[in-house]
Design a protein around this ligand. Structure first.
Ligand code: ZN
Length: 453
C-alpha cells in the first residue's frame, strides 16, 4: 500500500523539498506496475486507465522539468496525488476504515433524509413506492423504516468497538455480495464487502443494499427475511403479507426514493401481477423465489451442520444423511456439495436464464452454454397449467441442462441429481418453519390461474 499523503507530505511535495515528490513517483509507478486483475473492481480499474493514469504520466513527467518550473509542478502533484494514491490502493485491495469514513456516513444520512423522512411524512413519491412494493400492507411496512434507521445508527455507533460489532469490513465476502447481516436485535452485526466499500455500484445501490441487510437485523418478530430478490422482479409478485417481511421490497423503496434503478411502473406491475402478456416474466419470478428459499435453506443447513450434528431427515426428500456425532464432518461435506449445486442453480435462474417464445417452433428449444441457458417455448406449450406449475416444469429443464440425467459415459455425476434438486425446490415450503410455510403456500396458491398461451 502506498502511504496516504498527510498534509505535511503534501506540503513537502508542493515545495519540492527532500525529494518527497520524486519518492512518490517511484511508489505510484511501483503500484501501477503490478496492478491485480480484479473482476470486482473492473470499473475502478477502467477509471484508472482512462482518466487517471494519463494525468499521472504528466504529473510525474513534470518533475523532470527545469528548476524554474519546479514550483508549478509541485503544486500540480500535491493536488492530483491523493486521488491517485487512493485509487491505486483500492485496486490493491485496501479499503478505507468504516468508522471514520465520510462517504459511508453520508450514505446513512441520505437514507435518513431521502428515504426514511419521506416515508414518515408520507410524501407522494414515498406513498407510491410503498403502495407498489407492499400493496395493502404499505402502512404496516412504513413503520419499519424508522426502526431500520435507528438500527443503522446503532450499528454505526458500535462499529470498530470489537470483533463482530456494528459494520465490519470483510475482505472475504464474495465479490458479488455487497453486505451480509448476522443475527437480530442487540447483538446483530453486518459484514460489508469490498464491492460496497469501493462503491462499485454507485451511492443509491450501495445505500439500498445496506438498508436491505440492516432490515434483517431488526428485533425478533420484526426483522425481514428473503423470499424473493430484485432479480427478475420476483419481489413484486409476493402477496402483501410476504412483501411486508421481504427485505428486497424495502430495498426497492430505498432505490425508488434515492433515484437509483427505478422499479416497475404501475402499468408494468399490473401486467406482471396479472400475468397478462408477461406470463413468462411471472413464471421466471416464481422460479426465482422458489429457488431463493431452497438456496437459503441449503446455506443455513450447511452452517448448522458445522455447529451441531443434524438429524438424518434434514434433507427430507433427498437421500438420508448419516446420523450421529461421528459423522458431523461427513454431513458438512455433503451439505457443502448440496449448497454448491444450489449456488449454481440460483445463479443460472436469477442471472443467466432467458425465456422466450417462437410461434414457428414445433417443440421446446433449449440452448445452453457453460454460463447461460435460453429456453424458447413453442405455441401452446403452457397447456392450461398454472404459472407455478410452469415454473416447476421450466426449472426441471434448467436443472437437466446443469446436471444432465444421462451424462457422458466418463462424466462424474453430481452429488444430487437434477430430479432430486428440483424435487427439493418444488416442495421447498415443507422445510420452512410453520408460520413461513403457511405464508409461502398462500403465495404459491395466489398465482394459480391457468396460464394463457
Ligand atoms: Zn437478504
Amino acid at each position: 500500500m502506498i502511504p496516504i499523503p498527510t498534509p505535511a507530505i503534501l506540503d513537502a511535495i508542493r515545495s519540492r523539498t527532500s525529494y518527497v515528490a520524486e519518492s512518490y513517483v517511484k511508489l505510484v509507478n511501483g503500484a501501477w506496475r503490478d496492478l491485480p486483475d480484479d473482476e470486482v473492481l473492473k470499473d475502478l480499474r477502467n477509471r484508472w486507465t482512462r482518466e487517471l493514469s494519463p494525468g499521472w504520466v504528466e504529473l510525474a513527467g513534470d518533475l523532470t522539468k527545469s528548476s524554474k518550473e519546479r514550483k508549478a509542478s509541485g503544486e500540480a502533484m500535491a493536488k492530483g496525488l491523493p486521488l491517485i494514491v487512493d485509487t491505486l490502493n483500492r485496486l490493491h485491495g485496501w479499503v478505507p476504515d468504516i468508522r471514520s469514513n465520510l462517504w459511508f456516513e453520508g450514505l446513512i444520512q441520505r437514507i435518513e433524509k431521502d428515504v426514511v423522512n419521506p416515508v414518515v411524512r408520507k410524501s407522494p413519491a414515498a406513498q407510491e413506492s410503498l403502495q407498489r412494493c407492499f400493496g395493502k400492507n404499505a402502512d404496516k411496512a412504513a413503520t419499519r423504516f424508522p426502526a431500520i434507521l435507528s438500527k443503522f445508527k446503532a450499528l454505526h455507533a458500535r462499529t470498530g468497538k470489537g470483533p463482530g460489532m456494528g459494520f465490519v469490513y470483510s475482505p472475504d465476502l464474495p465479490g458479488t455480495m455487497r453486505a451480509l447481516a448476522h443475527g437480530q436485535g442487540e447483538t446483530a452485526w453486518v459484514e460489508v464487502g469490498r464491492r460496497l466499500l469501493n462503491n462499485v455500484d454507485g451511492d443509491a445501490e450501495s445505500a439500498a443494499a445496506l438498508l436491505h441487510e440492516v432490515s434483517h437485523t431488526l428485533a425478533p418478530g420484526y426483522y425481514t427475511i428473503d423470499f424473493a430478490y430484485r432479480a427478475v422482479n420476483a419481489h413484486y409478485l409476493l402477496i402483501p403479507e410476504l412483501a411486508e417481511v421481504n427485505a428486497a421490497n424495502y430495498e426497492q423503496v430505498a432505490l425508488d426514493l434515492l433515484g437509483g434503478k427505478l422499479g416497475l411502473s404501475a402499468a408494468e406491475l399490473d401486467l406482471l401481477r396479472s400475468g397478462k402478456g408477461t406470463l413468462l416474466e411471472q413464471v421466471h419470478a416464481l422460479m426465482s423465489s422458489r429457488v431463493i428459499r431452497a438456496w437459503i435453506q441449503a446455506h443455513n443447513l450447511y452452517s448448522d451442520s458445522k455447529e451441531k450434528p443434524l438429524p438424518s431427515t434434514s434433507l427430507s426428500g433427498l437421500p438420508a444423511i448419516p446420523d450421529g456425532t461421528e459423522y458431523k464432518e461427513v454431513v458438512t461435506g455433503l451439505l457443502d456439495e448440496f449448497k454448491k449445486q444450489m449456488d449454481l442453480l440460483i445463479n443460472r435462474v436469477n442471472k443467466h436464464l432467458t425465456l422466450g417464445r417462437d410461434s414457428t417452433l414445433p417443440g421446446l428449444k433449449v440452448v445452453s452454454t457453460a454460463t447461460d441457458t435460453a429456453i424458447t417455448l413453442p405455441p401452446g406449450w403452457e397447456g392450461g397449467r398454472t404459472p407455478d406449475q410452469l415454473a416447476m416444469a421450466l426449472l426441471e429443464v434448467v436443472a437437466n441442462e446443469l446436471w444432465p440425467p444421462i451424462a457422458a459415459p466418463a462424466a462424474i455425476p453430481p452429488a444430487y441429481t437434477s430430479v432430486q434438486i428440483v424435487g427439493y425446490v418444488s416442495s421447498v415450503q415443507i422445510h420452512e418453519t410453520p408460520g413461513v410455510r403457511e405464508l409461502l403456500q398462500q403465495y404459491f396458491d395466489s398465482i394459480a390461474k391457468p396460464a394463457k398461451a
